[in-house]
Design a protein around this ligand. Structure first.
Ligand SMILES: Nc1ncnc2c1ncn2[C@@H]1O[C@H](COP(=O)(O)OP(=O)(O)OP(=O)(O)O)[C@@H](O)[C@H]1O
Ligand SMILES: [Mg+2]
Length: 261
């Protein structure tokens, strides 16, 4: 039987504001398979971040239910720590603490969980190897490039061993070349670790390059407008972007986006 990493049933979100309530996400059903690379794509303000933050347990749903690795994320209005520990998050900004070394930033979640110095160091160094940061253990965040800071953010998100990595436009602030390099790196890290990845992006080419499956969300209140399976073999090389099939999936998404936006 297939296990799902994340399941959502009739998940919806309204934000209370000083004016009228904002309906950010319409009732949404979702099943994300273990090990899948899922991309959420959609126009600005359609509810991608809202959906991702709800999956990550950072935002309580207004209605509906969420389960992570078979465990309910919320119980009696409280977050379930066992489900939360399966989730790691990466945002557009790396949000590293400037007064901690790269290694200490990556190990911080482990320190908060009470691990001793030796174990923290061992785990941080293993993760720094995974994300290609070996040799930068004692550097400060300001001494790293934007791409390297995002590598550190990925390592930190993986530090306590979650099965699921949630990423909200993680490369949105990077220049085009660094972004392409980071896409390749993320694919490699995903293939090496077997994690489930849910990635939010505005970029059609990033979505088609990385995803097993793309959910295209319609404008607010967000709901799934299209579900697109991306068939290319792994590992994908940048050259796949020149293929006719890649171009046709991208063109279809572009047309649909401009039709609904
Ligand atoms: N805390 C909040 N209070 C009220 N409204 C909010 C809040 N957060 C988001 N919204 C509204 O909910 C809708 C969805 O926002 P969300 O940030 O999820 O969109 P998004 O798809 O991530 O957009 P972008 O692509 O620009 O990041 C928007 O209309 C936004 O203005
Ligand atoms: Mg967003």
């Amino acid at each position: 039987m297939r296990t799902d990493a994340v399941t959502a049933e009739k998940l919806a979100k309204w934000y209370g504001t000083r004016d009228a309530p904002v309906h950010a996400l319409a009732e949404t059903d979702l099943a994300i398979a273990e090990g899948e690379f899922l991309v959420l794509l959609g126009p600005s303000g359609c509810g991608k971040t809202t959906l991702l933050r709800m999956i990550g347990g950072l935002l309580p749903p207004t209605s509906g239910s969420l389960a992570v690795m078979g465990q309910p994320l919320w119980r009696d209005g409280r977050r379930n720590d066992a489900a939360l520990s399966e989730l790691g998050m990466v945002f557009q900004d790396a949000n590293l603490f400037p007064w901690l070394s790269i290694e200490d930033n990556i190990a911080l979640p482990l320190q908060l969980r009470g691990l001793g110095r030796g174990q923290r160091r061992e785990k941080a160094r293993e993760l720094m190897r995974l994300v290609g940061l070996s040799g930068f253990e004692r550097r400060w965040p300001r001494e790293l490039s934007g791409g390297m800071r995002q590598r550190a953010a990925i390592a930190r998100a993986l530090s306590y061993g979650p099965d699921i990595l949630l990423m909200d436009e993680p490369f949105g602030a990077l220049d085009a070349m660094t972004r392409e390099a980071m896409n390749l790196e993320l694919q490699r890290i995903w293939m090496e670790t077997g994690k489930t990845v849910v990635l939010v992006t505005h970029s059609i080419s990033e979505a088609v390059f990385l995803a097993d499956r793309i959910l295209l969300l319609s404008p607010r209140p967000g709901k799934v407008d299209r579900e697109v399976a991306v068939p290319f073999a792994r590992p994908r090389a940048p050259a796949v972007q020149a293929s006719a099939e890649f171009q046709s999936i991208a063109a279809m998404l572009r047309e649909r986006l401009s039709a609904i936006a």
